[in-house]
Design a protein around this ligand. Structure first.
Ligand code: F6P
Length: 362
């Protein structure tokens, strides 16, 4: 039988996933003559044994396409999996043993898990339990994986936010309004800070720096004092006022993470309570995750996909493809799961932003 490798995309989707699948398929088939099995919907497909054969034909035209042709699920935790019982009830079971035996039956030379911190931690647990032939490709718009400088999807999300900020600038100015843009990123402020810098925002609120609403309002007053009667504030979904809690829409449980949202409206309400400014809030939501990947993400996806195949060829299992100081490297998977990569409040990016007058409310 010929050599086979597998690939799955887990967790929330993002632009660039198809580029990874394409690069893996082309490199594995053309360079090594390996077959490539795509597993549907992340670890769910491993549980349900839903597979598809990937060929050069099936990945053609996929590089510029958003989403993932394999599907994904962010409720497919094999260690706490919602199993539907015959009577319709749903119970949470550890289905990792069944996934492990399905994986053994697939007889893969290596499995590539394309995922964020959640999927990587499941992959890491499988490795610890003996399914060692796994490598990873880091993806998430949040860019919060410690192992790598960049994750697939992040730059596209930033492009989307910058485009939105550019558009809000003109209407904010026409109507002399304060425009709040709430962006994703979960507990990390990378999207907010990077897009705030690139979009020329006046206020950026990130989870790593709890804000004082009065300081934020003073920044608007200062601009008004200089005769500039509009402002743009980028607010990360995980930003919170000093002493306040996260804005949570849906609480998390053992099967899924909590859902954040409302940080922008909360700031808008505080401004409205304390000032006469006219405030509008835009929540960009999943627009940041949809659509075509930008050039950077297409390139990164291709480099990561080829690297993941190389890791399997070299027998470097338990590693993830990563970017470090501009170079493509391999990092131990533990690095991707141990802790989140957060913005350093005293780091160069924040100092740069402060250097051009961006207010963080601290
Ligand atoms: O992790 C990616 C991400 O888009 C976060 O930025 C956001 O908080 C979350 O996923 C949204 O998840 P869902 O698609 O389940 O609403």
């Amino acid at each position: 039988m010929s050599t086979r490798i597998g690939i799955l995309t887990g967790g929330g989707d993002c632009p660039g996933l198809n580029g990874v699948i394409r690069a893996v398929t082309l490199h594995a088939r053309q360079t090594y003559g390996w077959e490539v099995v795509g597993i549907h919907n992340g670890f769910e497909g491993l549980y349900d044994e839903e597979y598809i054969e990937l060929t050069a034909h099936s990945v053609q035209h996929s590089l510029p396409r958003g989403g993932t042709m394999l599907g994904s699920s962010n409720r497919a935790n094999p260690f706490a999996y919602p199993v539907k019982l015959p009577d319709g009830r749903v119970e949470i079971h550890d289905v990792s043993a069944r996934c492990m035996s399905n994986l053994a039956r697939l007889d893969l030379h290596g499995l590539i898990v394309v995922g964020g911190d959640g999927s990587m931690s499941f992959a890491h647990k499988f490795i610890q339990r003996g399914a060692t032939r796994i490598v990873g490709v880091p993806k998430t718009i949040d860019n919060d994986l410690e192992a790598t400088d960049y994750t697939v999807g992040f730059q596209t999300a930033v492009e989307v936010v910058v485009d939105a900020i550019d558009r809000l600038h003109t209407t904010a100015e026409s109507h002399e309004r304060i425009m709040i843009v709430e962006v994703m990123g979960r507990y990390a402020g990378w999207i907010a800070l990077t897009s705030g810098l690139a979009g020329g925002a006046h206020v950026v609120l990130i989870p790593e720096i709890d804000y004082n609403a009065d300081r934020v309002i003073e920044a608007f007053h200062r601009r008004h004092g200089r005769g500039v009667s509009y402002s743009i504030a980028v607010v990360a979904e995980g930003a919170k006022p000093r002493g306040g809690a996260l804005s949570v829409v849906t609480a998390g449980d053992i099967t899924r993470q909590e859902k954040l949202g409302g940080s922008g409206m909360r700031l808008a309400e505080m401004i409205a309570e304390r000032t006469e400014y006219e405030v509008r809030t835009t929540v960009l939501g999943h627009i940041q995750r949809g659509g075509a990947p930008c050039a950077f993400d297409r390139e990164l996806a291709t480099r990561f996909g080829v690297k993941a195949v190389e890791l399997i060829a070299e027998g470097k299992f338990g590693h993830v493809a990563a970017v470090e100081n501009g170079h493509l490297v391999a990092k131990p998977m533990e690095k991707a799961v141990k802790k989140l990569k957060l913005v350093d409040p005293a780091g160069e990016l924040v100092r740069t932003a402060k250097g051009v007058g961006i207010e963080f409310g601290d």
